[in-house]
Each structure stands twice: as C-alpha cells, then as structure tokens.
Design a protein around this ligand. Structure first.
Ligand SMILES: Cc1cc2nc3c(=O)[nH]c(=O)nc-3n(C[C@H](O)[C@H](O)[C@H](O)COP(=O)(O)OP(=O)(O)OC[C@H]3O[C@@H](n4cnc5c(N)ncnc54)[C@H](O)[C@@H]3O)c2cc1C
Length: 373
C-alpha cells in the first residue's frame, strides 16, 4: 500500500469531515480510529444545529456551517435528518429577558442577524403547552437539529466514496517526526505520511503530547435521556437560560433531553457512568418547562466523553512540528461546526495558511490562559 498524504487520527465527525474535504481536494487520506467510528462524542451527540447563544468568536465559522447544513445533501448525499425548526432560549424573568435583548443587540451590531427576541405570544405559538412562567425567548429561526447516527453514516460513506480509507480498532500509540514526515504506531500496525491531523476528541491532548506538545484539555461526559413516544407537538429545540436543559421532540415523537447534565468519565478506559441524581434534576427541569410531560417514561439514557477547554472554544490550528494539525476540544457544541470546520481544516492542511475563521482557536491561547491563571 502506498503511503497516504494525510493520516487523520480519530473517526468522530470532525475527523471524518476533515478527511472528506481533504480527499475531495485530491489528497490520499487514511483515518485511524482507535475503537469504531462515532464511538465517543459524535455517536452520543444530541445533534443540535445551533448558532443560538454561541460565543461570538465561533460565529464566523458557525454561520458558514449553518449555510452548509441547509444544503447538507450537496456535501454528503443525505439530509442527515436535519430539520430547521428553530431553537429557543426561554427566560423566566424581566432581568433575563433584558440580558438576552442586550446580548442580541451586541450580536446585531457585529452584523449577525441569526437571533431575535420574541415575547410570550409568539413563544406560545411556537411551543404550545409551555409553562406560563416563561415570558419570552431568544429565537434563532434557521437553527434546528439533525440525526447524529444518520450524520455519521452519511459522512463516513461520503468520505469512503471520495477515496478515504478508514481503519477501525487502530488506536495510535506513538508519533514520530523525521525529515521524511510522520510515522504513526498503532495497535494495527505502523503508518507514515507527511501530514497528520489530530482529531482525537477528548484524547486530543494525549496525541499532542506524543508529538511533544502540551495543550491543556479537560473533559466532560454530558448525559442524554429519551422518553417513550408522545403525540408530535413540539418543533423547535428549547433550552432554558441559566439551566442545564435542552428539550426537543424527535420526528418519531420521543422527547430527547440533554443540555449538559454531567455524568462521570474515565479517559483511560473510555467508559462513562450515569449520575441518576443529575438525570432526575434534568427530568424535573423538563417537567417544569412543559408541565404536561411530567410522568412520561424515560426509556434510554447515555453519556459521551467530549474534550473541554478552559474557554470552551475548540483547538483548531497547526501543531508545533511541521505537518501536524489539531482539531479537538469542542467542549460540548461541536456538532453544528462539523461541515465548516472540516472544510477549513482541509484548506489549512493543503495551503499551510490558517483561515480567518480559525484564527481564534490557537492552542497558544490555552497555554497563555494557563500561565495567567
Ligand atoms: C451527550 C452529548 C450531546 C451533545 N450535543 C450537542 C449538540 O446538541 N450540538 C452540538 O453542536 N454539539 C453537541 N455535542 C458535542 C458534539 O457531539 C462534539 O463536539 C463532536 O461530536 C466532537 O466530535 P469529534 O470528532 O471532535 O470527537 P469524537 O466524536 O469524540 O471523536 C474522537 C475520536 O477519536 C478517537 N480516538 C481517541 N484517541 C485515539 C487514539 N489514540 N487513536 C485513534 N483514535 C483515537 C476516539 O475513539 C473517537 O472516536 C454533544 C456531545 C455529547 C457527548
């Protein structure tokens, strides 16, 4: 087998998207996945496709990503189950409504028109049955949600059609650089390429350390709950300002509840454990949001491990050694960025130039923040 041009470490959505865009640009790409495609954050995701409430530093990339989601079938020949039913952040007090109004004014002044403030009447039309204590919301009408597994299948198949080789059960154990490029040792053998993309999610800093770089990264294990099927009444994704809850109804009628309630994780084994007390608090918040769902049976719960940085922005940048590139640490909101981050990464790998959309995401900022702390 001839050596590829690029080795991508990690078969989550960001590794697959980078591989797809690189292959479309003419590169020979091999993805080395330690377990199986989608095993961690990408397979556990709530798949909310959200510009709502994003850090303004992510907005230039997020806006491009949203345009791509609205025609995602052009990229991967499947709609990934994406529906733009909107996303809402509901508020329960005048002070919260004022804070959201001011946040959106600042966004508008920066040229973003994705969010508006709505009052109680429009909120009730969008979400019938909502608790009357919620008096308004920030609303992003073009946001929505996708199906995470359908998205994984679509990105994997599109990458393979573009010529990407995907090896599962190939955990990377060491990286070495010489003037001939990179040699990567895995449980499934040794691979070489001039360029390596580190898309190892919560393990991204471990891969960076194998190349001699220290990038501060912690992790989180967000949990999800799915209920039995109910009559379809709720279209947008709803979250509550100041609370860990996101609430949506799938096209099958089940309620899908998440929003950052945390379980426990172990990076060495890759396993997570659910925290049922925290899940109960999440279920109580859902019943507070929508009183009619109290008593609905929860049929499944899970959690997934995701890399988390100190400022909750990802690391997407060249490494310190030639030919190495990092893309990890999406801190619980990387699903929406998948199509655009992969395209920008491919551009950076191919040209060596960091696109403007990626400039806030250097690893140096984390080292500097750590030194200042
Ligand atoms: C429960 C949950 C809900 C979420 N909901 C949303 C949401 O609604 N909206 C949103 O935008 N985002 C959401 N996210 C975040 C989003 O899913 C992630 O940001 C995104 O999937 C990260 O993708 P990734 O490819 O970077 O990481 P991952 O999918 O974790 O992929 C990394 C891969 O690297 C592999 N790997 C690790 N070490 C090695 C090694 N040594 N060798 C080879 N391979 C290795 C792993 O096995 C893994 O498959 C959620 C996340 C979770 C967990």
């Amino acid at each position: 087998m001839t050596n590829p041009d690029v080795l991508v470490i990690g078969g989550g959505l960001h590794g697959l998207s980078a591989a797809l865009h690189l292959a479309r640009g003419g590169a020979q790409v091999t993805v080395l996945e330690g377990e199986f495609v989608g095993r961690h954050a990408s397979g556990a995701s709530a798949a909310g496709v959200r510009t709502l409430g994003r850090n303004p530093l992510e907005m230039p990339l997020s806006v491009i990503a949203m345009e791509m989601w609205h025609r995602i079938a052009d990229l991967v020949a499947d709609d990934c189950g994406f529906h733009a039913h909107g996303q809402l952040r509901v508020v329960a007090s005048d002070a919260q409504l004022e804070a959201e109004t001011q946040r959106i004014s600042r966004l508008t002044a920066q040229g973003y028109a994705n969010e508006t403030v709505i009052g109680q009447d429009q909120l009730r039309q969008l979400v019938p049955g909502l608790n009357h204590k919620f008096i308004g919301a920030a609303y992003a009408a073009d946001d929505g949600a996708a199906d995470p597994h359908r998205t994984l299948v679509a990105f994997r198949a599109a990458a393979q059609r573009a010529g990407v080789t995907i090896l599962e059960g190939a955990p990377v154990r060491s990286l070495q650089h010489s003037r001939d490029g990179w040699t990567v040792e895995t449980k499934a053998g040794r691979f070489a390429a001039p360029r390596v993309v580190n898309a190892a999610g919560a393990w991204g800093s471990r891969i960076a350390a194998m190349a001699g770089e220290t990038i501060p990264l912690s992790a989180k294990a967000s949990m999800m709950m799915v209920t039995e099927r109910l009559t379809q009444t709720i279209r947008p994704v709803v979250s509550i300002v100041g609370r860990s809850l996101s609430f949506k109804q799938s096209s099958q009628g089940t309620l899908v509840l998440g929003g950052g309630i945390q379980g426990r994780y172990d990076l060495d084994s890759g396993r997570t454990a659910l925290d049922f007390h925290a899940l109960a608090r999440g279920a109580a918040a859902a019943a507070e949001l929508m009183p009619s769902v109290a008593g609905t049976r929860i049929t499944r719960c899970w959690s997934g491990i995701e890399g988390k940085t100190q400022d909750l922005l990802p690391v997407i940048c060249p490494g310190k050694t030639e030919g190495l590139f990092h893309i990890f640490g999406f801190s619980g909101h990387g699903f929406q960025l998948v199509p655009a981050a992969g395209a920008a990464m491919a551009k950076m790998v191919t040209t060596g130039i960091v696109p403007e959309t990626l400039q806030p995401f250097t690893s140096d900022r984390l080292t500097l923040q750590g030194a200042a702390a």
